[in-house]
Design a protein around this ligand. Sequence first.
Ligand code: ADP
Ligand code: MG
Length: 390
Amino acid sequence: MKSMGEIKAGHESACAEFVKARDYRRAAEEAARAAACGFALAERTGGAVAGAHTRDAEGWLEMAYELRGRQSAVGSRQSAVGSLGTGGRASPRAGGQSAVGQSEEGGAAEGDEWLVAETPEVSFDDIAGMAEAKEALFDMIVHPMREPEKARALKLKPGGGVLLYGPPGTGKTMFGKAIAREIDAPFFYASGAQLRSKWHGESEQRLSRLIRAARSRPVAVLFLDEVDGLLPRRTGGSSVVDNRIVTQFLADVGGFRDSENILLLLGATNKPWEIDEAVFRTGRFDEKIHIGLPDAAARGGLLKMHLAGLPLDAGLEMETWVARLEGYTGSDIVGIIHDAKRAALRRSVRTGGDPLIEAGDLEQALKTIPASVTESMLAQYERFRRQRFG
Ligand SMILES: Nc1ncnc2c1ncn2[C@@H]1O[C@H](COP(=O)(O)OP(=O)(O)O)[C@@H](O)[C@H]1O
Ligand SMILES: [Mg+2]
């Protein structure tokens, strides 16, 4: 049997051959495979040796990215790395460790860009609150990966499935990215709505490939956003597509605990009640974590994060605003602060004075941005939690 080092060397020379032949797509795939081998080697070793393997693997990832870019530059129909996560808002290179998704068929079809994995740039420093979710995820994957010996002694295998559910704008997507960054793993992302609308009719094959691509890595985070759109409740009137996609998902994810590789399956949804029950019943999402509105500490964190170092009027008291912003989501609060900043700039341009954010600017922003989550919506999540996960 070939050793991992030999397999890696094979991918490296195949990569060089494909570059010579100007087949950059295949070259990129080989580079990504060499990187995956490098990470696997790093995992098996320790100390400085592991560090060297990791740096080498990162180099191959960089190479994969370069080749991927070159491939689109020569006018291939495939699009370059992008459109991951926040609908294209995330800068593909920001993480510095972009990778290329592998398609086992060898023929990466058009639109495979969502198979691309990258280590996201969002970290826990950017996230306010969510202590419970953070603790659960640290227990599940971060600690077992950082302290493999201890985890082995306790027969704890890292990875598993977690569903984050709660109102929109509470940081669920952001949280998924921060976890991937924390364990330095490639982040495979698919949004249910996107997958369904863009690939109608073949969404289950696409999902299947995404799952396989994530599982081909030594360690990966597979984030399924808007799970409700991906795995909708099957009813008598469900479409054939809905039935197929749920069945396929259950089959693909079936044995992820037995696999050698470490996979963290993360799901997020604003509408957990629309998800097919089989997904819960069969334990694909073992943990369910409710992400609610930010509490006082989290609101304080958000204000600090977004106002620290800015010119603030002395009349703007943080404690007052922590209280005033109760009932708003993280996303609302970020929007309100942004509006206030713009108002301050507008005033300073008009008067010629120094820009200064005043309490009145926040006050004004509050009037134009209503809380996006209502009491009755919150009650709905609570009902769901009690009924289903009680
Ligand atoms: N807990 C939080 N900490 C920091 N920023 C947050 C938080 N919750 C929401 N935000 C802000 O709101 C935006 C949207 O959050 P997102 O993760 O997309 O929410 P969700 O996936 O729950 O709908 C984020 O990009 C961030 O700016
Ligand atoms: Mg989201």
